[in-house]
Design a protein around this ligand. Structure first.
Ligand code: N01
Length: 577
């Protein structure tokens, strides 16, 4: 029993409370309204957009192609919106989010500048009690987390930070008015995606740029440019077909993929293939061969190719050596760049290796590492996020018997399908840990989850159920499956944020579901058609009413088993789980 809430809750203020107004929260609000539910959305930021509201650092852009990084639920929207570049810059994606908010009149149900601090399940009333930093205290039948996977910024507690006389920024919390580094001695910590996108732009402004690198990353050129209008017209002429092709892919976005193993090709054939995929650029480079993320020997060939590319760009061999990763290619999230390596040929850009001797401390005038003082006017922390679970940690979430989510997830997140967790009835997570989420195209992942959840809530109303909750054996099986499949991919082998290794003290667990988007979607569909298999619905009065599939209907995916996906491989290349 949750004593405080139990005594005071008498009625439900809303059918649902949604936490977050990024692409997940906005679409959830839109769908719940269509179902006729009363909804309140809370959002920490001052407006919609989530990730794209906060990550305003110079160079921020999406590294999934624009034509595939958008909602698919409205055919008119598909046709009316145009992207100006092959890869959309952050301001344009934020403009799209604003367009969505206006087109569907979303803002009237969103409380901005309001952080949810606690969500407590009241077992007597079967309601969630939601509290915020603005002293709101509302109740709702459903509590839906749309908090994003990479939203809780990680700033390592470097010694002496408060002594530094200049400003310290985090890429994930960038000032809305922008920052001009002209004439400044700038330091940047980190060389992940955010740093690799921003360094070339910051280098154009700053008087000097010092990059503190702990681990080098692989980056493939984006070859970004203006949108090809013929390509845009071609996609728009058959958008539904194109989206369907994308959904059939493990990543949830479409790109040419060569199923053949790298190890079956001759060195000359491999080189030719890598060159061809390199010239296309971006994340699709990983489609050059089918075994790159499964066979270490195959991966060695692509890693060596990428290192040669770095050496061909960077003039100073010692700097090139430092920039060459020696880990698995694509194990950490592959980066996509525009003129990143070229920057290190500029005389005012310096690379400082902090892999063996970490950053010691900040002082008033800069940063000290390995006994050397680097004088700086400003510092950018491109130090990433407490991925997947960080945003949940910020809220005190309490389920049945006073169990907190933090306690339940002490040894790593445990979910059923990445949407639900035992002990927390009527609590849904959009793109939660244990779902494809960050390993798939985020917007389709969000839409598929929302459609499933809205169908589920709709079914609860059809049958008069008060609560839905996952059952322990199904949750345990799902967690086992998520772990087992992750071991098939080389991605589970390195210390990335996928396994929580970027934050000291976090349990090492591979958090996203790597089995592939179509396998996952098929599993969700089966769970639904089998009468919400693995869930318990309490209070239902209509026990013989079969689930009606409304929104989820559009997620009938073709399993493209020609494309390697860990779940298909682990199950002998047939649909699994
Ligand atoms: O964060 P990261 P990010 N001392 O965790 C270093 C998505 N994204 O914001 O590797 C020194 O990748 C850390 O070093 P190491 C995308 O999914 C998408 O760049 O831990 N260095 C690393 O170099 C991406 O993967 C887009 O050794 C320290 C860096 O900081 C994810 O967001 C654009 C340190 C952090 O890199 C996160 O990317 C941008 C310390 N104490 C991001 N602590 C799109 O285009 C950390 N580091 C959609």
């Amino acid at each position: 029993m949750n004593s405080e809430a139990d005594r005071t809750v008498e009625h439900s203020d809303f059918d649902a409370v949604v936490v977050g107004a990024g692409f997940a929260g906005m679409y959830m609000l839109h769908c719940l309204r269509k179902l006729g539910l009363s909804v309140r959305v809370y959002e920490t930021g001052g407006d919609v957009g989530g990730t794209w509201y906060w990550n305003r650092y110079p160079g921020a852009r999406c590294d999934v192609e624009s034509m595939q990084y958008s909602y698919s639920f409205d055919a008119d929207l598909d046709q009316e919106w145009s992207w100006s570049e092959r890869y959309s810059p952050q301001p344009e994606i934020l403009a799209y989010a604003n367009h969505i908010a206006e087109k569907y009149d979303l803002r009237r149900d969103i409380c901005f500048d309001t952080q949810v601090t606690a969500a407590t399940f009241n077992e007597t009333a079967n309601l969630w009690v939601i509290e915020t930093d603005r002293t709101d205290r509302v109740t709702a039948q459903h509590c839906i987390m749309a908090v994003g996977c990479l939203s809780a910024a990680n700033t390592p507690p470097f010694e002496g930070m408060s002594n530094f006389k200049g400003p310290i920024y985090h890429t994930g919390h960038w000032p809305h008015d922008g920052v001009d580094f002209s004439g400044q001695r700038l330091g940047i910590i980190g060389t992940g995606s955010s740093a690799i996108q921003s360094i070339p732009i910051m280098a154009q402004q700053a008087k000097t740029l010092t990059v503190f690198q702990r681990t080098p990353n692989y980056a493939v050129p984006a070859w970004n440019g203006p949108m090809d209008k013929d390509y845009e017209a071609e996609i728009k002429a058959s958008y539904p077909d194109f989206r369907a092709k994308a959904r059939a892919r493990p990543t949830g976005f479409y790109f040419p993929f060569n199923i053949k193993p790298a190890l079956d090709a001759t060195p000359e054939e491999r080189e030719q293939q890598y060159e061809e995929f390199w010239s296309r650029g971006g994340l699709p480079f990983l489609g050059a061969f089918g075994d790159l993320l499964f066979e270490k020997e195959a991966n060695d060939t692509v890693a060596e190719f990428a290192r040669r590319k770095i050496r061909s760009v960077v003039n100073d061999p010692a700097v090139a050596d430092l920039l060459c990763p020696d880990n698995i290619f694509g194990c950490k999230r592959l980066c996509v760049d525009s003129n990143y390596y070229e920057v290190y040929n500029e005389p005012h850009v310096k690379l400082v290796d902090v892999s063996k001797k970490p950053i010691e401390r900040f002082i008033k005038t800069g940063i000290v590492t390995d006994g050397t003082e680097y004088e700086l006017d400003a510092v950018v922390c491109a130090t990433g996020f407490a991925a997947m679970t960080g945003s949940f940690d910020k809220i005190k979430i309490t389920g049945r018997d006073g169990l907190t989510l933090a306690k339940k997830w002490e040894a790593g997140p445990r979910t059923y399908l990445g949407m639900s967790t035992v002990g927390f009835p009527n609590f849904f997570m959009i793109t939660g840990p244990g779902s494809p989420s960050v390993l798939a195209n985020m917007i389709p992942s969000i839409e598929q989850h929302v459609d499933w959840m809205v169908d589920c809530i709709s079914h609860m109303r059809d049958v008069g159920a008060e609560t839905i909750e996952a059952t322990l054996s199904y949750e345990d099986n799902w967690v086992d499956h998520v772990n087992a499949v992750s071991e098939i991919s080389l991605r589970s082998t390195c210390s990335s944020w996928y396994v929580g290794a970027n934050i000291p003290g976090r349990p090492r667990v591979f958090m996203p579901y790597i089995g592939g988007f179509p396998v996952y979607v098929t599993k969700c569909n089966d769970v639904m058609t089998n009468g919400y298999e693995g869930f318990v619905l309490e209070g239902a009065t209509e026990t013989n009413t079969p689930p009606r599939i409304r929104w989820t209907d559009r997620w009938q995916v073709e399993l493209d088993i020609e494309i390697m996906s860990p779940a298909a491989i682990s199950a002998g290349r047939v649909p699994v789980v």
